[in-house]
Design a protein around this ligand. Structure first.
Ligand code: CAA
Length: 296
């Protein structure tokens, strides 16, 4: 396994490309938008600079990492030499199914097709291909260069050999792979999202304010971010999407998304990416300022 194709150059895709390239894999980064690819390369360079400044990598490693990445807007050229594809496109079933059908046709028969999906069924994605034994979930956490976990999700037909290969590659990236089965939300989001939803319900019911809820979880449970700040970081649209996957997947009302979460997404308050969610974000500032909607 030497040639890795990463599909999608957003936050997760560029982080995944960064980590593979830093660990001496040849990365082909694909996106349908050349603008998005150019932006991704700027982000990767900035994140590498941050690691050089902290002394966690050398300037030479930064140079070789950038040299290991080729970008292109042609799926055909990105897929043709891949040993492993890691798909990190938009979290949309129809887009992913179409992509996997095309990747299956374009890639070498031996290639493994992995998805970084946070909640879409791996079994369903694998069924869009003629190689379901070689389809697997490889769920990285944000920020990818920092977080140590890779949730490795086995679909119904994923082979032991594919799983073993993905475990070996994950370890070669300095990550800790954990094997889980294909159920709604897998493990990470089945546990994380109901916690975030409960924090939003607590805010909605007036149990406590934004800062109070986050402080309880930061200082009381040693979480690096409170659940409301984390929801902003992940994106409230993503949180709502995953809650709906759990709600529909299990048919259990305990997973019903909070009406406040639904309203905020409808109004375009998506968190960091839209500039405001539970907090208000100003470019260049690291200060956490509670959104005017929730300040006392
Ligand atoms: N690239 C490279 N390095 C980065 C980075 C990036 N994108 N972002 C942060 N870092 C590094 C920093 O350089 C710093 O390095 P040192 O430890 O060597 O100093 C370190 O990470 C900590 O960063 P900061 O000092 O800037 O800030 P912080 O201490 O507040 O940590 C954080 C930031 C790592 C994001 C931390 O707040 C955190 O762990 N938050 C929780 C993240 C989390 O829960 N992620 C999972 C989200 S869920 C998900 O991804 C899955 C899903 O399906 C929804």
């Amino acid at each position: 396994m030497k040639n890795i194709t990463v599909i999608g150059s957003g936050t997760m895709g560029n982080g995944i490309a960064h980590v593979f390239a830093l660990n001496n894999y040849k990365v082909h980064l694909f996106d349908i938008s050349t603008d998005a690819l150019a932006k991704a390369m700027v982000v990767i360079e900035k994140n590498l600079d941050r690691q050089v400044e902290k002394g966690s990598i050398t300037a030479e490693q930064k140079t070789s990492t950038l040299q290991n990445i080729t970008s292109s807007a042609s799926l055909e050229s990105a897929a043709k030499d891949a040993d492993l594809v890691v798909e990190a496109a938009t979290e949309n079933s129809a887009i992913k199914l179409e992509l996997f059908k095309n990747l299956d046709a374009l890639c070498n028969p031996g290639a493994i097709l992995a998805s970084n999906t946070s909640s879409i069924s791996i079994t369903k994605i694998a069924a869009a291909t003629k190689r379901p034994a070689q389809v697997i979930g490889m769920h990285f956490m944000n920020p990818v260069p920092v977080m140590k976990l890779i949730e490795v999700i086995r679909g119904y037909a994923t082979s032991d050999e594919t799983t073993k290969t993905i475990f070996e590659i994950s370890k070669a990236l300095g990550k800790n792979p954990v094997e889980v089965n294909d159920y709604p939300g897998f493990v990470a989001n089945r546990i994380l999202m109901p916690m975030i939803n409960e924090a939003i319900i607590s805010l909605h019911e007036g149990v406590a304010g934004v800062e109070e809820i986050d402080t309880v979880m930061k200082l009381g449970m040693a979480h690096p971010m409170g659940p409301l700040q984390l929801a902003d970081f992940i994106g409230l649209d993503v949180c709502l999407f995953i809650m709906n996957v759990l709600y529909e997947g299990f048919g259990n009302s305990k997973y019903a998304p909070c009406p406040l979460l639904k309203n905020m997404v409808t109004a375009g308050y998506l968190g960091v990416k839209s500039g405001e969610g539970f907090y208000k974000y100003t470019k260049g500032s690291k200060d956490l300022v509670v959104s005017g909607m929730f300040s006392k």
